[in-house]
Design a protein around this ligand. Structure first.
Ligand code: 1GP
Length: 239
């Protein structure tokens, strides 16, 4: 297990070193291809691997993490849709609360179920205020959580939500457009939130090219998450 992964994120933010997570959805991965996948991740600028999805139905997650760890030193963070996705093979967990929504299951119920499980693991638990932003069409997060995303033009509400998340003690804020989103989180929203919170800002969903990553960084994102674009093209970062 790696330790102090949150401290490393804070250190990177302090030094203005931008971070990049590749999100792997166990449902979309063939274990026979993991070695090739890892070599592509090794050649990429990724600093983190996130594992998860709104609804993971396969049970290969532990094996996937074990195989990744055999070939790759990057820290592995769980990014779970629900408590069934907890694996003690990973290094840390984004302990998400969907604070853009008003569904108690995703605000506190899943967390109550997860807490005793997490207590028995060595996972570093990193509380994360998770904010879903409208992105053109209904995304899996919206469907599964049965919550409405925040209006992408309502910058003030996004900011107030992020600040409430920070005041509640979250250690990270994650602005999420949703996996495969048509439109990524607006850059003005990233900028406004980044300028007005102290904790690190994660941004993901619908970022499909290297310029999109750079734009998110330039707007103030500390860590960008890439899922679909890398899933569709393992040479994405070589473009
Ligand atoms: C989804 O933010 C992540 O939770 C990544 O989204 O798959 O669109 O890159 P993409």
């Amino acid at each position: 297990m790696k330790n102090n992964l949150y401290s490393q994120i804070i250190k990177a933010k302090t030094n203005n070193k931008k971070l990049l997570a590749i999100l792997l959805d166990p449902d979309k991965i063939d274990l026979n291809t993991v070695a090739g996948l890892i070599s592509k991740i090794d050649q990429s600028p990724a600093t983190h691997i996130f594992i998860g999805g709104s609804q993971v139905t396969t049970n290969i997650q532990d094996e996937l993490i074990i195989q990744i760890k055999q070939n790759c030193d990057l820290p592995i963070f769980l990014f779970p849709g629900n408590p069934s996705q907890i694996s003690d093979k990973a290094d840390a967990i984004l302990f998400l609360s969907l604070i853009s929504g008003r569904n108690p299951d995703f605000l506190i119920e899943h967390q109550v179920k997860a807490a005793p499980i997490l207590k028995k693991t060595q996972l570093e638990v990193i509380s994360t205020g998770y904010i879903l932003i409208e992105s053109g069409t209904e995304t899996a997060v919206e469907r599964v959580s049965k919550t409405k995303p925040l209006n992408r033009n309502n910058l003030d509400l996004a900011l107030a939500t992020a600040q409430a998340g920070e005041m509640l003690g979250n250690k990270l804020i994650y602005l999420e457009a949703g996996s495969g989103a048509k439109q990524a989180v607006p850059l003005e929203m990233i900028a406004l939130v980044a300028q007005n919170i102290e904790i690190p800002l994660l941004v993901g969903g619908g970022i499909v090219d290297l310029q999109g990553i750079q734009n998110a960084y330039d707007s103030g994102a500390d860590l960008v998450i890439i899922g679909t674009a890398f899933e569709n093209d393992n040479n994405f970062f070589n473009a």
